[in-house]
Design a protein around this ligand. Structure first.
Ligand code: SF4
Length: 474
């Protein structure tokens, strides 16, 4: 049984992709730690990196090569200043040297050291192999898999003892929605209360609150930054940032200078249905525009879908409940994280395995459930909301144009957020005795659909919009 914390599902990182940027970055970090443990780190004089399958096919657009360089340089995606990325990459490219693990300078020419292999490795579509040489003689080689949401595994450690041991310590080990519902009923608790008790097995109260606050501040900062940044996104598609223009119209002559003041002034605006749609869309677009420009966002559960959860939480904060505070943010993120982990255990959160239903579909289900609890829904209604949100994303394919996380990705976050709010409202009026499709059944259907989906639609940019629309037309 897999042990997944809420903080595994919601991670601070750098865009544009959790599986193709954050995952390979973390894989490089993991490999370096492994070399250090085995005392071969200091012997390495050069490195080769092989990217396989989807990591190779959409790796350029998803900045996989840049992530690998940053990871080999020993930088941390949670803290590395995003404005310094271009400079570091340029230096490595010109010098043909990398500061390996941040410690020693070794030969590394990205043009020949990073190899894009079209073939897929059997275990997972996102394979990455690191090979270390001592004076041209291979002395170490390891293969990692980026399995979605920034999670990285080595095949042989997939079901490691360590994971199983931690899971045993959870007072409420949860594998699926049925078990979660059972614990809520048995303990007369809300979902967020059960999840919190599990998290307390890993961290103390203060640590949990600190991390939740950090996650929320990163979400808020990415929305604020996206709404106040004008221009065109990098990558060659010439996609204009839309959150800025939308926000200018929505905010009119409101005055504020910090993200917190921004929340307060939005609360004072008049909102009719159309404005609500626009505000929510604007929040979602803004995060994903920041993500597309290699900015800092919260992987929730992936980077491509990072805008859905902040947009729905912000909707609650500025439209639904003007008194909302940290307590509500915490409750929302605990529920969202748990729903995401159930999808990961029962299906996948990797677009390379399941298409966009695994990214936008899952984020929408996470947000729908979390919003439902904040709006007073029962645990059954929370699960119904998540089910409804996923039910209407089933079969959604992944076909990003030019392999960039821009079209259809950015707009898709706005759609996922709106569907989540709608799903919550439908669930709040639902009687669980009449619900025909349990959440576990929709997760099972999603997984079956993922397995049946043609590989062209699983983050390869070989089908759909990616081939119908030519980059030269953009
Ligand atoms: S289409 Fe969906 S799954 Fe594919 S990269 Fe874009 S957001 Fe991610």
């Amino acid at each position: 049984m897999e042990c997944i914390s809420v903080f595994d599902m919601l991670k601070i990182g750098i865009g544009p992709s959790s599986s193709h940027t954050l995952g390979p970055w973390r894989a490089a970090e993991r490999w370096i730690n492994h070399l250090k443990k085995n005392a071969v780190f200091k012997d390495i004089t050069s490195v080769k990196v092989d990217l396989y399958g989807s990591l190779s096919l959409t790796g350029k657009g998803h900045a996989t090569d840049l992530a690998v360089i940053l990871g080999l340089s020993g930088e941390d995606p949670e803290y590395f200043p995003t404005e310094e990325i271009a400079q570091l990459i340029q230096k490595v490219t010109l010098d043909k040297k990398v500061q390996f693990g941040g410690l020693s300078s070794i030969f590394f020419d990205p043009k020949i050291a990073i190899v894009f292999n079209k073939e897929f490795l059997p275990f997972h579509p996102n394979g990455i192999k690191f090979t270390g040489f001592k004076n041209d003689i291979e002395i170490s080689s390891d293969t990692y898999y980026s399995i979605g949401g920034g999670f990285v595994v080595r095949e042989e450690l997939m079901h490691s003892k360590e994971n199983i041991e931690i899971h045993k310590h959870f007072p409420f080990p949860i594998q699926n929605a049925k078990e979660l519902e059972y614990y809520c009923e048995q303990q007369h608790s809300m979902i967020s209360e059960i999840v919190l008790k599990n998290e307390l097995a890993l961290k103390n109260d203060k640590e949990i609150d600190t991390q939740i606050l950090k996650i929320w501040e990163t979400m808020l900062e990415s929305m604020f930054q996206g709404c106040h940044t004008e221009g065109t996104l990098p990558g060659g598609l010439n996609v204009r940032r839309r959150a800025f223009d939308m926000h200018q119209k929505l905010k009119s002559d409101l005055k504020y200078s910090t993200p917190d003041e921004w929340i307060e002034v939005i609360r004072k605006t008049e909102v009719k249905f159309r404005q609500i749609l626009k505000w929510v869309s604007c929040f979602a677009l803004s995060v994903n525009e920041v993500n597309a420009s290699l900015g800092r966002v919260v992987t929730a559960p992936t980077n491509g879908s990072a805008g859905v959860i902040p947009a729905v939480l912000m909707y609650y904060m500025v439209i639904e409940n003007h008194e909302a505070n940290f307590k509500h943010i915490k409750q929302f993120l605990l529920v969202a994280g748990e729903i995401g982990s159930i999808f990961k255990k029962g299906a996948t959160i990797s677009a390379a395995m399941g298409g966009c239903q695994a990214e936008i579909g899952v984020s929408s289900a996470m947000a729908a459930g979390a919003l439902t609890e904040l709006l007073g829904g029962t645990p059954e209604q929370v699960l119904i909301a998540s089910e409804i949100a996923m039910e209407h994303h089933l079969g959604l394919t992944c076909d990003p144009i030019a392999g960039l996380v821009q079209i259809p990705c950015i707009e898709r976050n706005a759609m996922g957020a709106i569907k989540a709010i709608n799903a919550a409202e439908l669930a709040l009026d639902a009687d669980s005795n009449n619900a025909k499709v349990p959440l576990d059944k929709v997760i099972e259907s999603m997984w079956k659909t993922a397995k049946d989906m043609n590989s062209k639609y699983k983050e390869t940019s070989e089908g759909g919009l990616a081939v119908s629309v030519n980059i030269s037309d953009c």
